[in-house]
Structure formats: structure tokens, C-alpha cells
Write a protein that binds this ligand. Structure first.
Ligand SMILES: Nc1ncnc2c1ncn2[C@@H]1O[C@H](COP(=O)(O)OP(=O)(O)O)[C@@H](O)[C@H]1O
Ligand SMILES: [Mg+2]
Length: 428
């Protein structure tokens, strides 16, 4: 049966073929609606970096599809896997369940010649929230945190939603400069609070307001002077799941998530840029292993991290990934039910779009705008003709300039989706 490989251009097809270094994500659907049936296997290129979007309205399979891709990245052939590392930003707290095989769908999996299988993820939970996970009996592997010293005044300003030119912003910048002079990069939030107190050249209410923000940030439970470094979070062949679902009930909770994602993406990109230089030298000497793995970052509910309106601490780092990431080798997969609400500068960088059923016209238009050139019909028609079954979608591939209707394969590992938070439901 002829295979379909999306995201791979002709010269790579010639070099690697249709299957090597791909993710088996589903099957091509031929025919429309009631007549639709699945045909050829559909693969997704993982040899090259991509910027991919996964869309669809609530409950249409976005997180599920992201899980399929994560399984494939983790299970790819040794030679490929060793050069890859997958980092899943789990906004909903649902991917811990990948540690369990999908026994419930054993029969369906069998139709696909697949078996239920647990996936070996490394589940990281925020240091300040371990008790919640323990109480709910969710097995995690490690804790993560970020170092206050790694954050710039600009990061804090975005997280606290304040202007760097207003008095509070000026004070913020001042204390960070002071503390860096005194302590370098090793300081705590408590240190920052002390520095703010002692700045009596600022009005009392300004100091109080800033201290108040820092005190609230302490409640996020994500700061520590000994946080794991990016090398640990992006080990070769690893699938690291960062559960960032815990901040829902906390004031400024989304700020905590965007700080984490912003900081990590900045560090990973920097690391890959350094590695790339070394690799170029090694390539000349005939060495083929990458210096550090190519990182795939998968982000669920992505519009919260890089919204079309407003800026978060993750906006710029993610925009950088999307714009220049292909060269140093970082891939990004963003899932959202509202492509229209995702930063359009990032949207326009996407080379692979996978969309499940979407109904809001402005969301459909947002996709149509970036992929118009090679589509025979309006994107609305493709979406309208989708069979009404879970996991059906269309793929728009900028590399081959083609559109495919796809049925995403069933998950090998258990999908806890639909559950709003990991800690609110356990497997019984
Ligand atoms: N490819 C698929 N095969 C079988 N069932 C699927 C598939 N994709 C989604 N589903 C079903 O749809 C439900 C909702 O999918 P989910 O990915 O959680 O939705 P959302 O788009 O809101 O992230 C899943 O729990 C699962 O039961
Ligand atoms: Mg989801």
C-alpha cells in the first residue's frame, strides 16, 4: 500500500523514504461522510523540525492527537530517538495517564494491528505541589522549579502585568539590578522582597504593591534556587511531561505557567544554537550524532501561552522558536481550540496544520489565511466533509502543498482527556 508522509519534501523522501524517521499518526480517509473509509497509513516526518498546529473545537481530539504524536516520538527507531527529546507542557494535567496501557481500547487497537502499551514518560510536577499529587496517588518521577535568578525584569513585568515605566516597574528593575550586583544569579523571592522593603527612596504604597505581587508568586510553588537544568528536562530519547495544571485556583496562575514555558523555551533554544555550531564542525569531520537532542515541545491550550491579544512571558520565546527554530533544530506543536486567539505571527510560521472539526467561522478563517495557496476548495468545505467520528481531521501540509483527510489512530496508552485536572480524577 502506498504510504503518505506529511511534512517531508521531495529530496528528503528520496533520501529517507516514506517511513524512516516518521510518526505513524493515522490513516488517510477517502470518500466523504457516510462513504468515508480509511485507506493508506499516514506518517508525519520527524526527521526535520516543524512548527505544527493542532486545532478543533472542544472534545474533537486535540489532546488525544498530541498524545499519539508523543507516543510516536518516544517510540521511534533507536537511531532517530537518540537524537530526539520531547517536552510536553501539560496544561490540563492529563498526560500522567500515559503510564497506563490503553486496555479499554484493546479491541479497536487490534483492528489497527496495535496493542495497548504503557509509555515510559518522566512526569515532573511543580515542587510546591507534590502533596496534592501524593494525596491523589498520582505517581510522579521528579519535581521541577525555576530559579528566580534566571528571570529578567521584563519576565516579571509580564507575569505581574505591570509596565516597566510605572513606579512599580522601575522599582522592580532597580532591585533586580541591585541583587544581581550583590548575589549574582543565586537569590530567592524572599531576598527580592527584602530588597524591595529596603528601597525607601520609593513610596510606601509602591513597595507594598510590588511585595504583594512577589508574595503571591511565592504561592505558585514553582521557585527554587536548585531547579533542574534544561539538560535534565530534555534527555535523549526521553518524553518529559511537565504538569502545569496546578495553578488554576491560584491568583495569577497563568503567569506561573507562562514564566515556566518562556524560560524553558529560551534556554532550550539557546542550548540548541550552541550545539548547532559544534555539530557543524563535527559534520565536517563525519560525526553524525547530535551534540544535544533535537527538542520537540508540545503545548496543549497554546493560546493561553501566546495569545493573539496581549503578551505573556512566553510570547516572545515561543515566537522565536517558531521563527528561527528550524535552523538550530527545535520543533513545536501547539494545540488550541481557538486558532483565532493564538498569536497570528506564530500561526503564520506553521508548516503543518492538523484540524479536527471546527465550527466558528473566524477560527476557520484564521487557518484559511495561512494555507490558501494550494487548496482546491475553501477550507470550510474540507471541514464540512469530515466524517463525524472521533479523531477525524484534515492535515494541511505546506511542505508537499497538499491536503489530506485523516483518521488519527487509537492511543496505545491511556488518555485521561476530558478530565479537567489530573488531580480531580483518578483511575478506578
Ligand atoms: N483518534 C481518536 N480515536 C478514538 N477516540 C478519540 C480519538 N480522538 C479523540 N477521541 C475521543 O474523543 C475524546 C476527546 O478528545 P480530546 O483529545 O480529549 O479532546 P480535546 O479536543 O478537547 O482536547 C477522547 O477522550 C476520546 O474518547
Ligand atoms: Mg484537550
Amino acid at each position: 500500500m502506498p504510504e503518505i508522509t506529511v511534512g517531508r519534501d521531495d529530496s528528503d523522501l528520496e533520501e529517507y523514504g516514506e517511513e524512516f524517521a516518521t510518526a505513524f499518526i493515522g490513516k488517510h480517509i477517502v470518500g466523504e461522510q457516510q462513504e468515508a473509509h480509511t485507506a493508506n497509513p499516514l506518517h508525519l516526518d520527524i526527521a526535520r523540525p516543524h512548527v505544527m498546529g493542532i486545532f478543533g473545537k472542544r472534545g474533537t481530539g486535540k489532546s488525544y492527537t498530541m498524545g499519539v504524536l508523543a507516543e510516536e516520538l518516544k517510540q521511534s527507531e533507536e537511531k532517530v530517538k537518540d537524537n530526539l527529546s520531547t517536552l510536553m507542557i501539560d496544561s490540563m494535567g492529563i498526560f500522567w495517564s500515559m503510564k497506563n496501557p490503553n486496555e479499554d481500547d484493546a479491541v479497536i487497537l487490534d483492528h489497527w494491528d496495535l496493542n495497548p502499551q504503557q509509555i515510559d514518560i518522566d512526569l515532573y510536577v511543580p515542587e510546591g505541589h507534590v502533596d496534592t499529587f501524593r494525596e491523589k496517588d498520582i505517581q510522579f518521577d521528579r519535581t521541577f522549579a525555576i530559579k528566580p535568578g534566571d528571570l529578567n525584569p521584563g519576565d516579571w513585568a509580564l507575569a505581574f502585568d505591570l509596565d516597566i515605566t510605572e513606579p512599580m516597574g522601575v522599582l522592580l528593575e532597580r532591585i533586580i539590578n541591585d541583587i544581581r550586583d550583590d548575589k549574582g544569579k543565586t537569590y530567592t523571592i524572599e531576598n527580592l522582597i527584602d530588597y524591595a522593603y529596603s528601597h525607601d527612596d520609593f513610596e510606601d504604597n509602591v513597595r507594598r504593591a510590588l511585595i504583594n505581587r512577589f508574595e503571591r508568586a511565592l504561592d505558585w510553588g514553582i521557585f527554587s534556587v536548585d531547579a533542574p537544568d534544561v539538560e535534565e528536562l530534555t534527555g535523549r530519547g526521553n518524553l518529559t511531561v511537565l504538569d502545569v495544571s496546578m495553578f488554576e485556583d491560584l491568583s495569577g496562575g497563568w503567569s506561573a505557567r507562562t514564566l515556566i514555558v518562556g524560560l524553558l523555551s529560551r534556554k532550550i533554544l539557546r542550548k540548541r544554537m550552541e550545539s548547532k555550531r559544534v555539530e557543524e564542525i563535527e559534520e565536517m569531520e563525519g560525526i553524525r550524532t547530535t551534540e544535544s537532542p533535537i527538542v520537540w515541545m508540545l503545548i496543549d491550550e497554546a493560546h493561553q501561552f501566546a495569545p493573539e491579544e496581549g503578551e505573556t512571558a512566553a510570547t516572545n520565546p515561543l515566537l522565536q522558536w517558531a521563527k528561527i527554530g528550524r535552523e538550530p533544530g527545535v520543533s513545536m506543536v501547539l494545540a488550541t481550540q481557538q486558532p483565532n486567539k493564538l498569536d497570528s505571527r506564530i500561526l503564520s510560521q506553521m508548516d503543518i496544520l492538523l484540524t479536527h472539526r471546527l465550527t466558528a467561522q473566524n477560527d476557520i478563517d484564521a487557518l484559511g489565511n495561512i494555507m490558501q495557496t494550494y487548496m482546491q476548495y475553501d477550507i470550510t468545505e474540507y471541514i464540512d466533509n469530515l466524517p463525524r467520528q472521533d479523531g477525524a481531521g484534515i492535515i494541511l501540509d505546506d511542505n508537499s502543498e497538499r491536503v489530506y483527510t485523516v483518521q488519527i489512530r487509537p492511543r496505545l496508552s491511556w488518555h485521561a482527556g476530558g478530565t479537567p485536572s489530573a488531580v480531580k480524577q483518578e483511575r478506578t
